[in-house]
Design a protein around this ligand. Structure first.
Ligand code: AHR
Length: 308
C-alpha cells in the first residue's frame, strides 16, 4: 500500500516525530529551572515533539497532565513526581493505554514496579550520606555538642525523605550530633529564609550547623542569618545540596561551606531513553546520575566549568 504522495505506509511511521509528554513539578528552585531547560533543549536537538506541562508543585495537576497525555496518545510519558505516593491509579491507566512511563529525577512508591519502565536520576540517600560524612570529617576531634538545624524539602518528596535518612544514617554514629530543629522549607528561597528566621528566634546562638536539603533554601537562610547579625559559614556551618551556580557564588563569597552535587541535566538521557523505547529496546530499571561534592575551597576553580 502507498500513501497519496507515493510513500510506503511504513516510511510515514518511521518519519513521524516521536511525541513525548513531560509533566514537570514546577519552578520552585534554580535546579528545577535548569532541569526544564535541559529537557526542552534536548528534545529540540533530538527532533522530539515535547508536550510540556508545569504542575505548579501540585500532584493533582500532574495527574491531570498525565491523563491528558494518555488522551492525546503520546508515544512516551515522562514525569518528575512531586511526592512519592498516590500514583498507582494513573500509572495503571497509562499501562492500559500501552504508553510507557519514564520517571525522571524523583521516584514513586508503588507496589507494582511494572507501572514504569525506568527511573533515571540521582541517588538522594547517597547525597544525604555525603552531607553527613562531610560534617563528620569537618568536626573530627571536637567533643562538644554539634547542634544542627535542618531545612527539609517538600513534605513527602523522595529527595526530602532520602536526604534526611542518608544524613541521619551517618551522624547517628556519634551522639555529639544533635538535630535540634527540623522543618520543611519546601525547596524554595522564600520558605528557607522564613523557617531559618524562626529557628534563629527559637535557638539563637545555640545553632552550630544548618543542613539544607537544597541550595535555594540555604541561600534564603543565609539572608536570615546575616539579618540576625551572624556570619554564615563562620558562626553557622552551612551544608546544602544541588551545586547550582547560586551556591557556587555563595561559596566564593565565603557564605556557604559545601554543596553536594545533584545534577538536573537529565534532558539528553531522557531523549535517548524515549528513542530507545520507540526502537523496541529494553532499558535498565534504574539509571543513576554520577555526582560529586564541592566544598567552598574548590568553588572558584570549579565555577567556570559549571553548566547549571
Ligand atoms: O528533586 C530534586 C530536588 O528538587 C532538588 O534538589 C531541588 O532543588 C528541587 O527543587
Amino acid at each position: 500500500a502507498t500513501l497519496s504522495a507515493g510513500l510506503p505506509l511504513g516510511a510515514l511511521a518511521a518519519d513521524k516525530k516521536l511525541v513525548l509528554g513531560f509533566s514537570q513539578i514546577g519552578a520552585e528552585s534554580e535546579w528545577r529551572t535548569a532541569n526544564t531547560e535541559s529537557i526542552k533543549a534536548a528534545a529540540a536537538a533530538a527532533g522530539i515533539e515535547l508536550k510540556f506541562s508545569d504542575a505548579q508543585q501540585k500532584q493533582e495537576n500532574q495527574i491531570k497532565a498525565l491523563r491528558s497525555f494518555i488522551a492525546q496518545k503520546v508515544d512516551v510519558i515522562a514525569f518528575s513526581p512531586v511526592v512519592e505516593s498516590g500514583w498507582e491509579t494513573v500509572l495503571r491507566e497509562a499501562k492500559a493505554a500501552k504508553i510507557p512511563v519514564i520517571l525522571t529525577d524523583r521516584a514513586v512508591n508503588v507496589k507494582d514496579d511494572s507501572l514504569y519502565v525506568t527511573f533515571m536520576g540521582s541517588d538522594f540517600l547517597e547525597e544525604g550520606r555525603k552531607a553527613g560524612r562531610w560534617l563528620v570529617e569537618k568536626t573530627k576531634g571536637s567533643t562538644g555538642d554539634v547542634n544542627i538545624v535542618e531545612l527539609q524539602g517538600t513534605v513527602g518528596s523522595a529527595p526530602a525523605i532520602d536526604r534526611k535518612k542518608g544524613f541521619e544514617e551517618i551522624i547517628k554514629a556519634d551522639p555529639k550530633f544533635k538535630v535540634i530543629r527540623s522543618q520543611t522549607g519546601d525547596f524554595t528561597r522564600a520558605k528557607g529564609k522564613e523557617v531559618m528566621e524562626a529557628f534563629l528566634k527559637a535557638e539563637g546562638k545555640k545553632i552550630n550547623v544548618l543542613y539544607a536539603h537544597n541550595d535555594d533554601m540555604a541561600i534564603g537562610a543565609i539572608q536570615a542569618i546575616e539579618e540576625a547579625g551572624l556570619k554564615p559559614a563562620k558562626d553557622i556551618t552551612i551544608i546544602s545540596i544541588d551545586g547550582v551556580k547560586g551556591a557556587f557564588e555563595a561559596m566564593i563569597a565565603g557564605k556557604l561551606n559545601v554543596s553536594v552535587e545533584c545534577s538536573p541535566l537529565l534532558g539528553p538521557q531522557l531523549m535517548q531513553a524515549a528513542q530507545d523505547l520507540k526502537a523496541g529496546k529494553t532499558l535498565p530499571k534504574r539509571i543513576v546520575t554520577q555526582e560529586s561534592i564541592f566544598p567552598m575551597e574548590v568553588a572558584a576553580k570549579e565555577f567556570p566549568s559549571r553548566k547549571y
